[in-house]
Design a protein. Structure first.
Lengths: 318, 323
């Protein structure tokens, strides 16, 4: 279980400090694909950075701490020493494979980057080749330079790199956003197969609710630096408790269904402002006076299904 | 009947490589599309990256010259042999909107200065006239002139800025707007607002759209016609709703099968992606043949012709009756 204890992540800028993640407090059970959704600037990538322990100026973890639930030989892993376990216990699959791979080094050499100097390179390379073959990738891809591979193939290589050491946690930040639907499906199916075999926890960021419907076991919806809903994918999609989640799902057009769809009008509040009450109130059809003055608590409305809204009952009926 | 869009044997070849080894990429290969209607229409152009859809848009927008063939927009030849020479008529007939609104506007200029330039170009000389034209265009996309005046691109959200760029395109009252991936950089929650705006502009201002996208669900939602492209060729063309609910070309079927929708979950079976994109451009026969479940020897030798179906669609496949 990954336990996020009241996380506040702050960026320092010339204008002052701004909280990109503001009080996230929840527990993520092991062995799930957790989909994280929300619009740009809502803090989903910042949350991943904090969990990954990639905290460098101007980002700072100003409050809270994370219990990863991973033991190493030195005891429980914390945000401070997690960098030593990158790719071995926790790995990261980025959005742009082209800017993550070194363009002038062959792929196989980049795989060996994780090794400690005394390890036997040849034996490991054989293992890598077998692993890559097991994922239905051509082993020759390892001998290529990044630009010689197509975007989809490069992203598969990133998936192979991220999963080679069977890490406990995999963080994926929009890994398929830049790809076509056909290629995207291939990569998502690969990721699902790997997760079923290794039983690791994947935190998967995407703003495409269709992708989440296909792969996520649990859903985490963020809005303006806060988590507004968290629960099993099935119940979040079928019976959302937060109006923002409901609007996100309903905005999605489907083939075979031509009835009028509405997007979410308006825009999220600026995080620079002094925010009082519910942050979604200005765009919410259910908003009352209460919402403008008092911030809704993030509570468990049904077993395992959390939401931060004053009017959960009204949303459920709508 | 007005010919809204017609391309005749449109070709665009790129040459890659050095002096010794040259490769010819047929980015557009004999593209023939005809849309005739009295009412404004929304035509979608879909396909994966590298299918030639942006190349087709660039040819129509006169940003690149076609190797051969011609394109007609609203009864006027706009590109290729016999293209209308006047830039003014051209810009009053069609206007572009681009993918990333933050790149379309310079970060160092106010956005309304772009709108003013466009208004001045079409003959609004006095301040009053320009500001009327701006106000009208911005109103039609749901913004107010006062909200936009003197602001820089970083003061807008992606969705709002895309609205401003649509407003700019509307000032000359064009007959058709060429929109190249207009919503792919816009947040999913705001996407439908832009798409609905297209529908209302079509109703109110009688503007047609050429909507280029890889998102089949929004294409189904807005369009009257759809053309599916693969590696520079058209594979299926016709009524959008008919094609997307009952695709007949194996590639269209593959595309539809790959959408991450919320109506049903995917079947979990292994899946083979194409790893020979560049070679497929040089295939002499059908370019989809190495991924096609129906491929036979004939597909290797002959480019499939357009087969006209009962519902008026064209399917470029030798074995369309088996699909």
């Amino acid at each position: 279980m990954i336990r996020l204890n009241n996380i506040v992540a702050t960026y320092s800028t010339v204008r002052g400090q701004v909280n990109a993640v503001d009080g996230v407090d929840l527990a993520i059970p092991n062995g799930n694909i957790v989909g994280i959704a929300g619009e740009s600037g809502c803090g989903k990538s910042t949350l991943l950075k904090i969990i990954y322990g990639d905290i460098i100026y101007p980002l700072a973890l100003s409050r809270g701490h994370i219990d990863y639930g991973i033991e190493s030989n030195k005891g429980e892993i914390t945000t401070k020493d997690i960098q030593q376990y990158w790719f071995k216990r926790i790995s990261y699959i980025p959005q742009s494979s082209m800017s993550s791979l070194n363009p002038v080094v062959r792929i196989r050499q980049q795989f060996l980057d994780f090794l400690e100097p005394r390890q036997n390179k040849k034996a490991i390379l054989e293992e890598i080749r077998d692993y890559v073959k097991g994922l239905d990738l051509p082993p020759e891809a390892l001998d290529a330079y990044p630009h010689q591979l197509s975007g989809g193939m490069r992203q598969r290589i990133m998936v192979a790199m991220g999963t080679f050491f069977k890490p406990d946690i995999i963080l994926a930040d929009e890994p398929t956003t830049a790809l076509d639907v056909v290629v995207q499906k291939g990569i998502l199916l690969l990721l699902m197969d790997i997760q079923e075999q290794m039983k690791n926890t994947i935190l998967f960021v995407s703003h495409d609710m269709g992708v989440h419907y296909q792969i996520s076991h649990k859903m985490l919806i963020m809005y303006a630096a806060k988590v507004v809903e968290f629960g099993d994918s099935d119940s979040v999609f079928k019976a959302s408790l937060h109006p923002y989640t409901k609007m996100l799902i309903e905005a999605l057009p489907t083939i075979g269904d031509a009835h009028q769809r509405e997007g979410v009008s308006g825009r999220p509040p600026s995080l620079w402002d002094n925010l009082v009450g519910c942050r979604f109130a200005a765009r919410c059809p259910f908003a009352t006076e209460l919402c403008k003055t008092e911030e809704p608590a993030f509570i468990e409305h049904q077993p395992g299904h959390f939401a931060a809204c004053h009017h959960v009952d009204k949303v459920r009926q709508a | 009947m007005t010919t809204i869009l017609k391309t005749t044997h449109l070709n665009k070849f790129y040459r890659l490589g050095g002096l010794v080894k040259r490769v010819r990429i047929n980015a557009l290969d004999d593209v023939n599309l005809t849309v005739q209607s009295d009412k404004p229409v929304i035509i979608s152009l879909v396909g994966e990256s590298g299918s030639g859809k942006t190349t087709l848009a660039k040819v129509i927008l006169r940003l690149i010259k076609p190797t051969s063939g011609s394109a007609v927009i609203y009864d006027q030849v706009v590109a290729g042999e016999g293209a209308i020479p006047s830039r003014k008529t051209f810009l009053n007939t069609l206007q572009p909107i681009f993918q990333n609104p933050f790149e379309a506007f310079s970060a160092y200029r106010t956005v309304d200065s772009y709108l003013q330039k466009t208004a001045n170009r079409i003959g609004h000389k006095t301040n009053l006239e320009t500001s009327d034209a701006l106000g009208e265009a911005l109103n039609s996309v749901g913004l107010k002139h006062a909200d936009v005046k003197g602001k820089y691109p970083n003061q807008f959200s992606g969705g709002e800025l895309q609205r401003v760029s649509i407003a700019r395109a509307l000032i000359p009252k064009p007959k058709i707007i060429i929109a190249d991936e207009p919503v792919s950089m816009v947040d999913a929650s705001l996407r439908m607002n832009i798409i609905n705006l297209f529908l209302s502009l079509k109703e109110v201002y009688k503007t047609s759209f050429l909507y280029i996208t890889h998102d089949l669900a929004t294409a189904y939602y807005v369009s009257d016609y759809i053309a599916v492209m693969y590696r520079g060729t058209i594979v299926e063309f016709g009524n959008a709703r008919a094609i997307l609910s009952q695709p007949q070309h194996p590639y269209t079927q593959l595309l539809l099968d790959s959408i991450a929708g919320t109506n049903r979950k995917w079947e979990r079976k292994t899946y083979k992606a194409s790893d020979m994109e560049a070679k497929e451009f040089q295939f002499s026969g059908c370019r989809f043949r190495n991924r096609c479940p129906l491929a036979k020897d004939l597909c290797k030798e002959q480019r499939p012709p357009a087969v006209l179906q009962n519902d008026g669609r064209e399917v470029y496949c030798h074995f369309v009756d088996q699909t």
